[in-house]
Ligand binder design. Structure first.
Ligand SMILES: [Zn+2]
Length: 300
């Protein structure tokens, strides 16, 4: 179990929802797919580090700041050495040319080694500032089994998909015990973690301009109607109970508009008018706290 677990950044569900409800620019859509793919890669790496048998603190998804420079760490494993991992979920064939990572379609990847070195330097400075003397090893991890890098540099800090097992064996080899110093460091880093808010990569949006309706949980198309107690997606065939779909839509409304009061009427409108007020009221009563009175009645 990670000492600091990873949670999906709110940015991803917000963009997913906006993509279904308004026209996003190509850049926003690209950004959404990138964030989503990156997150999926990080979760894949978590599944591996969770299996470690040796003692360690695993800190996932840290956003830290030192001397006005922010840096993000995908995964940090604390033993007598501190392992910093930057996880990449690129797939397909890339070429390494004069320090650049280039895809077959000649697209350039942001150089992950430059990012890693910046992150490593800032982490070392932070450790020094707080008096921790543990050595740091930093690695870019390519997690996707379908990733290949041609003309790969031999001595760079890169772990390829075929080397993941060796990495885990190495981390498992440590027979030492965690002590107070390790814990002090883990607690310090967790306490320094910044919550990014508001998200800079989300385009501006207004309630009025968003398409209303219930979004399919699988393909994100807007669902046309309800049949009995189920909602069936005309596009992908996925089906979901009406109650679950209503509650999911309420969570989405709260995520996009945290200041908006939740009312039966408001939820009915948000769901595109396809759910009866009775069903909405029953779900809200069962899952949210009722507040206020008469026309000032709302749910928390
Ligand atoms: Zn669907």
């Amino acid at each position: 179990m990670a000492y600091k677990p990873r949670t999906e950044r709110e940015e991803i569900p917000i963009l997913r929802s906006l993509k279904a409800r308004m026209e996003l620019s190509e850049e926003d859509i690209w950004n959404y797919f990138n964030l989503k793919k990156g997150f999926e890669g990080e979760v894949m790496f978590d599944l591996l580090t969770e299996k470690l048998q040796s003692e360690c603190f695993i800190l996932n998804d840290l956003l830290l700041e030192l001397n006005n420079s922010k840096f993000q760490i995908d995964t940090l494993v604390v033993q007598d050495t501190i392992y910093l991992f930057d996880v990449k979920n690129h797939e397909g064939d890339y070429y390494y040319e004069k320090g650049d990572f280039i895809s077959k379609s000649r697209k350039l990847m942001n150089n992950p080694l430059d990012q890693l070195k910046r992150c490593e330097t800032l982490l070392r400075q932070l450790l020094q500032k707080y008096g921790f003397k543990l050595p740091v090893e930093a690695w870019v991890v390519f997690i996707n089994p379908e990733f290949t890098l041609y003309q790969a540099p031999k001595h760079e800090q890169i772990i390829y998909p075929t080397q993941l097992n060796t990495l885990l064996k190495k981390l498992n080899m440590w027979t030492g015990k965690l002590n107070g110093n390790h814990k002090k460091l883990a607690d310090l880093l967790v306490s320094m973690h910044l919550v990014e808010s508001p998200y800079p990569r989300i385009p501006p949006y207004e309630y009025e301009e968003l398409r209303k309706g219930i979004i399919c949980s699988s393909c994100q198309s807007i669902l046309p109607s309800v049949t009995g107690r189920k909602i069936v997606c005309g596009d992908c065939g996925c089906n979901e109970g009406v109650d679950a779909a209503v509650l999911r839509s309420v969570r989405e409304l709260k995520l996009l508009f945290p200041d908006r009061k939740i009312t039966t009427k408001g939820v009915k409108e948000w769901c595109g008018g396809i759910i009866s007020k009775d069903v909405i009221r029953r779900n809200l009563n069962q899952n949210y706290k009722a507040n206020g009175f008469g026309r000032w009645f709302y749910y928390e």
